[in-house]
Ligand binder design. Structure first.
Ligand code: E4P
Ligand code: PEP
Length: 336
């Protein structure tokens, strides 16, 4: 269950109630939620009627969800996240676009110009790259973050970039508007805790072989560290199929929408692995009810230092945006 304390309760009140719960055989977890204290109680036999009449308790949610904070029982209304004046989860469709990796000032500027003129909502770009091979391009690190910050200033687009180690989160959060946790790190619990404390919205990708429940539990790590601003990202899972890089699980969109109040976006690029599928999967994500997409775009895909095969060229991205607006219009939606 989730026990919500009254507005004026403080940490000491939360500690006192937690001690009381422990004395009755409970296993309470205190969570600092924006504007209030919560206690998550996993023991089944705590008397809810007793709890409800305590003056310090505002609400008791009898949730048995394994993922209580991200679940619909705790919050029936869908979460909306504001990022530098743009909203995720408000019915508009977010398009995050940009290079897989920041490679140079020229490459980022040229790609960002395309992304801006096609009216995307945010700029993506990896500064710290999680690569399969230690010999592949690992990203420009802090220099990459600086280049992203320059482009944010020039384009006005909020920036999404990945942190791959707990020790980098603070620095990444200084430059980024949204901190990404990649598929490979979905179960890096130290990293999840750190992004939970970073004060920025978090884009949490689904692990390469994670179930939806494991993914929601990963979100729970971020949220119970005090950060409710989590957007999920379906990016394909590993199956027996080899024709695409990963199998895009579009069913995850309605499933997550039913189980959770968190927004969910789709990554057609990393799932497909090849650019020719990306436009169709982008439109499919919109039709499936996703809150947005994150798409790899490169000013010269053939020369990309990371994931070259899946990057859309400038022309391909522009025409995808035109088709996307048409599909969204049928659904009464538009790009954020
Ligand atoms: C994401 O951008 C990853 O860094 C990339 O997909 C890794 O691919 P790799 O297997 O070529 O390193
Ligand atoms: C990325 O978006 O840069 C990335 C690393 O993707 P994924 O974590 O989905 O592989």
């Amino acid at each position: 269950m989730i026990i919500e304390l009254v507005d004026h309760a403080d940490h000491e009140d939360a500690e006192q109630l937690a001690a009381l719960l422990r004395s009755r055989g409970g296993s309470p977890h205190i969570v600092r939620w924006p504007g209030r204290w919560l206690i998550l109680e996993t023991a089944q036999d705590i008397d809810e009627t007793w709890l409800r009449q305590l003056p310090i308790v505002a609400r008791v949610v009898g949730s048995t969800d394994p993922h209580p904070l991200s679940g619909r029982k705790f919050q029936s209304v869908s979460t909306m996240i504001e990022v530098a004046g743009r909203w995720i989860g408000d019915g508009t469709f977010l398009v995050i676009a940009g290079p897989c990796a920041v490679e140079s000032r020229e490459q980022l500027a040229a790609t960002a110009a395309v992304v801006t003129s096609a009216k995307a909502s945010m700029l993506r770009g990896g500064a710290f790259k999680p690569r399969t091979s230690p010999y592949s391009f690992q990203g420009l690190g802090v220099r990459g973050l600086e280049l992203l910050a320059e482009e944010r200033l020039r384009s006005g687009l909020p920036v999404v970039t990945e942190a791959i180690q707990p020790k980098d989160v603070e620095t990444v959060a200084e430059y980024a508007d949204v901190v990404q946790v990649g598929a490979r790190n979905m179960q890096n619990y130290a990293l999840l805790g750190e992004v939970g404390r970073c004060g920025r919205p978090v884009l949490l990708k689904r692990g390469l072989a994670a179930t939806i429940q494991e993914w929601l539990l990963a979100a729970e790590y971020v949220m119970n560290a005090g950060n409710p601003q989590v957007m999920l990202c379906e990016r394909g899972i590993r199956t027996f199929e080899t024709a695409s890089r990963f199998t895009l699980d579009l069913a995850a969109v309605p499933i997550v929408k039913r189980l959770s109040h968190l927004p969910i976006i789709v990554d057609p690029s990393h799932s497909a692995g090849r650019a020719f599928m990306v436009p169709s999967l982008t439109l499919a994500a919109a039709a499936a009810g996703a809150d947005g997409v994150i798409v790899d775009v490169h000013n010269d895909p053939a020369s990309a230092l990371c994931d070259a095969d899946q990057a859309l060229s400038s022309e391909e991205f522009k025409s995808t945006m035109v088709d996307l607006e048409r599909v969204l219009a049928v659904l009464g939606r538009h790009v954020a």
